[in-house]
Design a binder for this molecule. Structure first.
Ligand code: FAD
Length: 305
């Protein structure tokens, strides 16, 4: 028996965000055997305060409720999710077949086709004090559930894009005061989110902030800036950093990474959703990518048989 026999599927999907989930549903309809592996079901859609641009949800839907509908869809189709953390992907030849070898924390798998839908990872500020705040659990790079943290009253959100404003609006439901600290006057988020934040009495937007260092003294975060802000900054209980995201693709072998960077084309490898879409990071686009790549795989399989 070949070592691939037990752990082999025609298609493996890595990532259970909208892109990977759409691929899995399309594969199920196509009757092609597959496995879907991920760390967190739903991906970053879980973080969204209110999704208002998805067809079929005229009143909008919270990120978490949307992810529950995706879970229900998987349950209905009996799609099983393998929870694991992918560490390395490389090409191997087994019995004269070109395969992908996917090494995860708890197992290894082989496939003929591989769909990578691993989304993005948040960027860091890379300034002194950041790591310490993270270790002390006073800084996060994603949405944070404060329901049980009654001692958190003041929050700084660093950033000026959709995510920063979305986090602020989401957190403003709690009894907290939120400052959005942004580098310049220029707001990069949707007008709708900006307007809602401006109208929200729990949110203050402070411009012209260039962070220099952060310290944690007497249970408070103290921020030093290189420019003097127009308004003096208070000390904070918690900080969320939302200053952009980069593709989650470091697990590709050196060879695959080089080819991907050069031409974006590797036979039988599909890199889809946010991990590929640069600034066009939206659920509908990610889902469309998922359906499209499976249709391409179906066509390839059909032509060979
Ligand atoms: C605050 C916020 C609000 C948003 N609001 C909207 C909105 O209103 N409308 C809209 O269209 N879009 C919105 N988005 C964007 C939307 O959520 C993304 O475009 C979408 O989730 C991208 O889907 P994806 O499947 O490509 O990636 P992701 O959702 O990022 O999913 C990635 C998946 O890969 C898995 N993964 C990553 N690395 C590994 C690994 N090493 N091993 C195993 N698994 C791994 C993750 O666990 C996850 O399952 C919002 C995003 C944020 C952060």
């Amino acid at each position: 028996m070949l070592k691939t026999d037990q752990n082999y599927n025609s298609v493996i999907i890595v990532g259970c965000g909208p892109a990977g989930i759409a691929s899995a549903i399309q594969l199920k309809r196509s009757n092609i055997d597959f496995k879907i592996i991920c760390r967190k079901f739903g991906g970053i859609a879980n973080n969204a305060n209110k999704i208002e641009n998805l067809l079929g949800f005229p009143d909008g839907i919270s990120g978490q409720s949307f992810v529950s509908t995706l879970k229900q869809h998987f349950e209905k189709l009996s799609i099983h999710v393998t929870k694991d953390n992918i560490q390395n992907v490389r090409k191997v030849i087994e019995n004269e077949n070109d395969l992908f070898h996917i090494k995860c924390e708890n197992g290894e798998y082989y496939s003929k086709f591989l769909i990578i839908a691993t989304g993005t990872a948040p960027k860091k500020l890379n300034i002194p004090g950041e790591k310490k705040l993270w270790e002390k659990k006073r800084l996060n790079y994603e949405m944070y559930n404060f329901t049980y943290q009654k001692n958190i009253k003041t929050i700084a959100i660093i950033g000026s894009g959709d995510a920063a404003y979305d986090y602020a609006l989401n957190l403003s439901k709690f009894p907290v005061k939120i400052d959005i600290l942004q580098r310049s006057k220029e707001v990069k988020c949707l007008f709708l989110l900006q307007k809602r934040a401006q109208d929200n009495s729990n949110i203050t937007i402070i411009n012209n902030i260039k962070l220099q260092t952060m310290t944690f003294e007497n249970h408070k975060i103290k921020i030093k800036t290189t420019r003097r802000p127009k308004k003096d900054l208070q000390d904070y209980d918690f900080m969320i950093v939302a200053v952009g995201r980069s593709p989650n693709i470091n697990f590709l072998s050196e060879d695959l990474h080089k080819t991907y960077k050069k031409s974006k084309k590797i036979p039988n490898l599909y890199i889809i959703g946010d991990v590929r879409n640069k600034k066009y990071r939206q659920i509908s686009i990610a889902m469309g990518d998922g359906v499209k790549c499976v249709m391409e795989i179906m066509e390839k399989i059909r032509k060979k048989s």
